[in-house]
Design a protein around this ligand. Structure first.
Ligand code: NAI
Length: 254
């Protein structure tokens, strides 16, 4: 439960990887961080990772609460947001970070792989944004930050579902930014390049090498690199920025 006057921040997919780094980058004594996670293939492992994130948030003196919530489920998102609003009464920053990949070449892609990725990445971002936009418009204040991807701009073979979801997120960011600006709610996206997380660790070495060869700064990114851009977008310093896509890719996209 947040203390009176604390800033309320929500991060989807905060149990590990980029989401955890975002939670920590937004954490301080004046902030309560809510995050969710979801992994039907390994519920215990994901809950354990979430407990670790909570412990790290507590060590940073921030408030922390987490629960398993599937962003692709309209009902679960409603319950999640209602519970946050009952406790805190407001949402200052919402980060749509939860995402999955189900890679395959277009001609071999199963419809389920398409649906799963679109449901979590794009529909999840839509469901959360729609619900939280209503709250922030009433507050006449708020920040929505969407985690897209460099491939949503450049394309990438073997990821037509994921690329479509991330390109969709960029379009959603721009439309929502125009709609919500009159109520002082900003909507921006961060497009990471090649970041070292569970999502990228199992890629074949030749794919990793091909990515590395395209990075002018000559190294892969860390979750903290992405989190720093999110922290900026959530800060007072970014109050005049909306509808933008900030690439955090070591120059992979220029
Ligand atoms: P990850 O696989 O390490 O972590 C994914 C997180 O999302 C976990 O906390 C997981 O519990 C959560 N999640 C997955 N499905 C969910 C669902 N249905 N509902 C709620 N939570 C769910 O991934 P990583 O690498 O940290 O990626 C985070 C975001 O950054 C994703 O949107 C990803 O597409 C994006 N991204 C990552 C890049 C990379 O190189 N790692 C590059 C570009 C974008």
């Amino acid at each position: 439960m947040p203390e009176k006057g604390q800033r309320t921040v929500v991060v989807t997919g905060g149990s590990r990887g980029i989401g955890r780094a975002i939670c920590l980058a937004l954490a301080d004594a004046g902030t309560h961080v809510y995050f969710n996670y979801f992994n039907p293939a390994d519920p215990e492992g994901e809950a354990a990772a979430a407990s670790e994130t909570e412990a790290l948030l507590a060590a940073a003196n921030a408030g922390a609460s987490s629960q398993s919530v599937n962003v692709a489920s309209e009902d679960e998102i409603k319950v999640f947001i209602d519970s946050i609003m009952n406790e805190s009464g407001r949402i200052d920053v919402w980060v749509n970070n939860a995402g999955i990949t189900r890679d395959s070449l277009l001609v071999r892609m199963k419809t389920k792989a398409w649906d799963d990725v679109i449901d979590v990445n794009l529909k999840g971002t839509f469901l959360c944004s729609r619900a939280v936009a209503k709250i922030m418009m009433k507050q006449r204040e708020g920040r929505i930050i969407n985690i897209a991807s460099i491939v949503g701009v450049t394309g990438n073979p073997g990821q037509s579902n994921y690329v479509a979801s991330k390109a969709g997120i960029i379009g959603l960011t721009k439309a929502a930014a125009k709609e919500l600006a009159p109520r002082n709610v900003t909507v921006n996206a961060v497009a990471p390049g090649f970041i070292e997380t569970d999502m990228t660790q199992d890629l074949p070495q030749n794919v990793k090498d091909a990515f590395m060869a395209q990075i002018p700064l000559g190294r892969s990114g860390q979750p903290e690199d992405v989190a720093a851009a999110v922290a900026f977008l959530a800060s007072d310093a970014a109050s005049y920025l909306t509808g933008q896509v900030i690439h955090v890719s070591g120059g992979m996209y220029i």
